[in-house]
Design a protein around this ligand. Structure first.
Ligand SMILES: Cc1cc2nc3c(=O)[nH]c(=O)nc-3n(C[C@H](O)[C@H](O)[C@H](O)COP(=O)(O)OP(=O)(O)OC[C@H]3O[C@@H](n4cnc5c(N)ncnc54)[C@H](O)[C@@H]3O)c2cc1C
Length: 432
C-alpha cells in the first residue's frame, strides 16, 4: 500500500489533533478543518483513563493535562439538604493503571482545556483551517476530491472524520444510515458563579423522577453545573436554546437542594449546552479512503466517562496502523523496533525494543550494530520523538529515516512501540 501523504481531518477537538500529531510524526501532512470559527473551548469535565493516559504521555501532553486538572477530589452523593450520603474519592496517582479508576479519573480536565493543550501542541506542525467544513467527497479509489463550504476544492490521499457525535462528514460518506442511538437521557451543561459553599467535590443530587443536579469544581474560579432528566425522545435537542431553558425550568422547579440557584445561573450562562445523550454505532469505520475516529466513529456517550479516552486511543491506533501498513521493512526478532538496527544492548540490560508505558522509564537506545545484510532501516516500530531532529539521539546510533518511509523528513528516535490493531478491534468490519 503506498504511503498516504496528504490527510484531511475534520474536527479540532480531541481525536482530530491527536491523530494529526501522530500522522505528522510518521511523515504525513495532516490538515485539520474545524467548522467553528475558532477553537471551541466549551464543555465540562472529561476523563482521561487507563490506555488514554498512556497515549497522552506518548503524545507528550500528560504533564500539561495533569497541570490543567480540575482538582476534583471525588464524587459525593448528597440529599436535598446537601448532606453527604456516600463518597467515592478520586483515584490517586499511585493508583494509576490499577482497577481503581473511579468516577473522578486520575486525569480529570475540562474538555476545552484539553482541546487547547492538543491544539497548542500541534499548531506549529499541522495546518489548521477554522470556519470551514467538508460539503462533498469524491473518492476515485486513489485520491479524494474534497469540496469545502467556502467554495474551493482540494485533493487528499485520505479523509478522516473526527467531527463528533453528529458528524457531518460521516453523513456524507455513509449516507442514509441510522448510526445515532438515543439513550433516553437529556442533559444540559453550563458554568455558574462559584459560591463559598462550593467545595472541590463533584456533588451529585438525585432529585427523583429520573432527574439529577450536579455541581463540579474547575480551575477557573467558577462552578460547572449539569442538569439531566429522562426522556422518551431526543426532540428537545432540536429546540432553540431559549425553549430548552424553559423546558429545564419546568422540569426542575422545586426539585430541592441547589436546583433554584442552578436554574438562575443557567439564564446567565454564556456556554449553555444541551444534548440528547446518544451513542454512535455505524456499520463500519471506513468507506474507501474516508474513515471515522473518536465520537464520529464510536461515541459511547458522556455517561460512559470513556469518550475522550477512546478518542485519544483510536487516533493513536489508527495512525500507528497506517504507519505499520505502509512501511514494508522485514522484521527480525533481534532488530531494534525504534530505528531498525540490530540491537547490541549491553549484556544484562532489558531489550531496548520492549514496550514501556512511561517515556521516563524508557532506557536509552542501545543499538550499535548495523542490520545484517543492508543499510539501517527506519522501521514500523519507530515513533519519532522530536520534530526536526535528524538522527537518533543515542551516540551509538546514526540512523536516518529513508526518504521513502518518512516522507523525506528528518525524524527523531525514541524507544516507544508503534500502536497496532489487535484482534478485538477487528470485531467491527473496518470498511463497508
Ligand atoms: C463543545 C463541546 C462540548 C463538550 N462537552 C462535553 C462535556 O462536558 N462532557 C463530556 O463528557 N463530553 C463533552 N463533549 C464531548 C467530548 O469532547 C467527546 O466525547 C470526546 O472528547 C471525543 O472527542 P472527539 O474529538 O471525537 O469529538 P468532539 O469533542 O465532539 O469534537 C468534534 C469537533 O468537530 C467539530 N465539528 C463538528 N462538525 C464538523 C464539521 N462538519 N466539519 C468540521 N468540524 C466539525 C466540532 O466543532 C468539534 O470541535 C463535548 C464536545 C463538544 C464539541
Amino acid at each position: 500500500m503506498p504511503r498516504p501523504r496528504a490527510v484531511l481531518i475534520a474536527g479540532a477537538s480531541v481525536a482530530g489533533p491527536t491523530l494529526a500529531h501522530w500522522l505528522e510524526r510518521f511523515g504525513m501532512e495532516p490538515t485539520v478543518v474545524e467548522r467553528a470559527p475558532e477553537l471551541r473551548v466549551g464543555g465540562q469535565n472529561v476523563d482521561v483513563r487507563g490506555a488514554g493516559r498512556i497515549v497522552a504521555a506518548r503524545t507528550g501532553v500528560e504533564e500539561a493535562v495533569r497541570a490543567a486538572g480540575t482538582g476534583e477530589r471525588g464524587l459525593a452523593f448528597v440529599d436535598a439538604r446537601g448532606a453527604v450520603q456516600a463518597e467515592f474519592p478520586a483515584a490517586s496517582r499511585a493508583d494509576a493503571g490499577r482497577a481503581g479508576d473511579g468516577p473522578t479519573a486520575e486525569l480529570e480536565i475540562l474538555r476545552g482545556d484539553l482541546a487547547q493543550i492538543l491544539h497548542d501542541h500541534t499548531r506549529d506542525r499541522v495546518r489548521y483551517r477554522f470556519g470551514d467544513r467538508i460539503t462533498r467527497l469524491d473518492d476515485d479509489g486513489h485520491r479524494v476530491r474534497v469540496g469545502f463550504e467556502r467554495g474551493h476544492e482540494e485533493e487528499f490521499d485520505l479523509v478522516i472524520a473526527a467531527d463528533g457525535l453528529h458528524s457531518g462528514t460521516r453523513a456524507i460518506t455513509l449516507p442514509q444510515r441510522r448510526d445515532v442511538r438515543f439513550l433516553g437521557l437529556c442533559l444540559a451543561y453550563f458554568t455558574i458563579p462559584r459560591e463559598e459553599s462550593d467545595d472541590d467535590w463533584w456533588r451529585w443530587y438525585a432529585a427523583g423522577g429520573g432527574r439529577t443536579v450536579t455541581l463540579r469544581p474547575d480551575r477557573h474560579g467558577t462552578t460547572r453545573a449539569m442538569l439531566s432528566f429522562l426522556s422518551l425522545s431526543p426532540a428537545a435537542a432540536r429546540l432553540s436554546p431559549d425553549a430548552q431553558r424553559e423546558l429545564l425550568r419546568a422540569e426542575f422547579r422545586g426539585a430541592g437542594w441547589e436546583a433554584e440557584r442552578v436554574l438562575d445561573g443557567m439564564d446567565r450562562a454564556a456556554d449553555f449546552y444541551f444534548e440528547a445523550i446518544s451513542q454512535v454505532r455505524p456499520p463500519c469505520y471506513a468507506n474507501g479512503r474516508v474513515g471515522l475516529v473518536g465520537d464520529a466513529a464510536w461515541c459511547a456517550s458522556p455517561i460512559s466517562g470513556m469518550g475522550t479516552t477512546l478518542a485519544l486511543l483510536g487516533a493513536y491506533v489508527l495512525a500507528g496502523s497506517w504507519h505499520a501498513a505502509t512501511t514494508t521493512v522485514r522484521r527480525s526478532p533481534l532488530t531494534n523496533r525504534s530505528c531498525g538496527r540490530t540491537c547490541g544492548r549491553p549484556s544484562g540490560s532489558r531489550p531496548a525494543h520492549r514496550a514501556s508505558p512511561t517515556p521516563a522509564a524508557t532506557p536509552a537506545c542501545a543499538c550499535s550494530t548495523p542490520r545484517r545484510g543492508g543499510r539501517p532501516g527506519w522501521r514500523d516500530g519507530c515513533l519519532p520523538s522530536a520534530p526536526g531532529r535528524s538522527t537518533c539521539p543515542s551516540t551509538s546510533c546514526h540512523a536516518r529515516p529513508p526518504a521513502d518511509q518518512a516522507g523525506g523528513r528528518a525524524h527523531g528516535h525514541d524507544q516507544l512501540p508503534a500502536p497496532s490493531i489487535r484482534k478485538p478491534f477487528l470485531a467491527m468490519p473496518l470498511s463497508c
